[in-house]
Design a protein around this ligand. Structure first.
Ligand code: HEM
Length: 491
């Protein structure tokens, strides 16, 4: 095995990076395009679901458009369509770069992505027709949707793992740990979630074992892998502490996997199951804070760079949201808090802080970084980047804080047993309007981002080759508005 290390010449490293990028280019861009199509579909369905909560008569004549169908289609298209497709692409790109070798078995990754998306499409059509497995996050039918999706995921995992196997480096950076583990854990939990044949309350336990770990051992791990790569890369300095990064990885692997039953606090499960899960949830403070301290200390002294790099801004806000959503999660795992927030829109706010201002922000950040490098051209418009950024930032802020406040008001009214149920609805109703307003801002941001990506694909390549190792110094966009600097490089 030819091995590369820090003593290898910059030219040599650059050449290897260019080869790695080139090998996965079509696949990564393909997953971005597919992901964006699902993003637009899922967003529009989310809007409809949100409007229905304050306009209950909207689109009720068609069974396919009722809340009970639109809501799971929204969730499944965004989790398995938008997020997972983009995660497939960035995982292979990151893996090839990190182990300094061209991506392997790319046709396998393509085949897997095709099968995955056909399965998802079939499942989504089934949901519109009312054909569902009836478990949250596992609504897609296990026969004609989940089975092909598992086969597809296995093909993609084979390519990621084969690339790792062909590595040209001895040392495995922490991002490699996160990525490699994600492609073991996700197929495993997806199979268990879909095919474990429990009944009744045991089925609910399996359901939340799956759904919680889909968040923690798939979406979170790929996102953390991406942050650990991009943060030091853009800042041009190493990560603060190698040991903290290992503590974060192993702490997450150990404690997160035991968290699932905190979704069923108050449910008819043995109390040891719930208690174990609450303890493990509180223990999550260890990996979460070790990641937060590590990222913060890496940033210290370089916060001004946030003004100039869309990638860095999205990545840092995403990383901060990881800390925020996790600490919020720890808090709501405590029985006294859960008694108020459970069954309210607080949980929906928490969910969007997790899958939007953490996960989706990271995906936006990575796409802003990767796409121009693969295409060897600039993002065409600084103004469109700014519009996208501010729309989604304001949108998600309104969304999360509106529902957090509204959810607590709803929960307090629900728990006041002397009051009629309708008071809990009245308490949250204004915040459902705020949520719809926020959803419109997010929708506008997504259309702008998708349009900008289309413009990027259509634009001409740069005359000179852009260095894949090019980092912060030549600036592209000042996100605070006004000044735009473009010095012919991608940040
Ligand atoms: C230490 C970390 C975390 C803890 C302890 C935690 C805790 C919780 C708890 C207790 C619930 C259930 C609330 C209820 O139904 O009453 C919940 C729901 C949820 N969490 Fe977290 N959370 C954490 C991190 C995250 C992260 C990182 C994400 C996203 C990547 C996330 C996404 C969600 C989602 C989507 C739901 C809603 C599930 C549903 O009901 O459909 N959480 N979390």
């Amino acid at each position: 095995m030819t091995t590369l290390d820090t003593s290898s010449s910059p030219m040599e490293l650059r050449k290897v990076a260019a080869q790695a990028d080139e090998s996965v280019k079509q696949f990564v861009l393909g997953t971005f395009i597919i992901g964006l199509i699902w993003l637009i579909i899922g967003t529009l369905l989310g809007d409809i679901a949100s409007f229905k909560l304050h306009w209950p008569n909207l689109l009720t004549s068609s069974p396919a458009m009722t809340f009970g169908r639109v809501r799971p289609v929204h969730l499944n298209t965004l989790i398995y369509g938008w997020a997972s497709n983009v995660m497939f692409g960035i995982s292979l790109w990151l893996m090839a770069r990190l182990v300094r070798t061209p991506g392997r078995w790319i046709p396998s990754a393509w085949t897997g992505t095709l099968i995955w998306n056909l399965g998802l499409l079939a499942g989504v059509m089934g949901l519109f027709f009312g054909d569902t497995d009836g478990m949250e996050w596992l609504e897609l039918r296990r026969t004609y949707a989940d089975l092909p999706m598992i086969v597809g995921a296995a093909f993609i995992a084979a390519s990621v793992w084969r690339t790792l196997g062909a590595r040209q480096v001895h040392h495995l950076y922490v991002s490699v740990w996160y990525l490699a583990a994600s492609f073991l854990w996700f197929p495993f939990i997806f199979i268990v979630g879909n095919y474990a044949s429990q009944r009744g309350v045991e089925n609910a336990a399996v359901n939340w074992f799956y759904a919680h770990n889909a968040l923690g051992l798939w979406m979170t791990t790929v996102s953390l892998g991406a942050i650990y790569y991009l943060l030091p890369k853009i800042l041009g300095r190493p990560i603060y502490s190698y040991w903290l990064s290992l503590l974060g990885f192993w702490g997450l692997a150990f404690f997160y996997s035991l968290n699932g039953m905190h979704h069923l606090i108050g449910g008819p499960l043995p109390s040891w199951m719930i208690t174990t899960s609450i303890v493990a949830s509180v223990m999550m403070v260890i990996p979460v804070l070790s990641v937060a301290v590590n990222h913060h200390m890496t940033m210290v002294g370089r916060f001004s760079a946030l003004r100039y790099s869309p990638t860095l801004t999205f990545i840092v806000l995403g990383a901060m949201s990881y800390t925020g959503v996790s600490l919020q999660g720890v808090m709501q795992s405590v029985v006294e808090v859960n008694r108020v927030t459970h069954f309210t829109h607080w949980t929906v706010g928490h969910a969007h802080m997790g899958v939007y201002s953490f996960l989706t922000f990271i995906l936006f950040g990575v796409m802003y970084y990767v796409s121009p490098r693969l295409l060897n051209r600039e993002w065409p418009s600084a103004a469109l980047i700014r519009w996208h950024f501010w729309l989604v930032l304001v949108g998600v802020f309104l969304y999360v804080f509106g529902l957090a406040y509204g959810g607590v008001m709803q929960g307090l009214a629900l728990n006041a047993t002397e009051k009629p149920f309708s008071e809990s609805v009245a308490a949250v109703l204004p915040w459902l309007w705020v949520r719809s307003l926020a959803a419109l801002l997010l929708t506008a941001g997504h259309f702008i981002f998708a349009y900008h990506f289309y413009l990027l694909l259509k634009s001409s390549p740069a005359k000179e080759e852009l260095s894949p190792w090019h980092e912060i110094s030549p600036l592209v966009v000042d996100l605070s508005g006004g000044r735009i600097e473009s010095k012919g490089a991608t940040v």
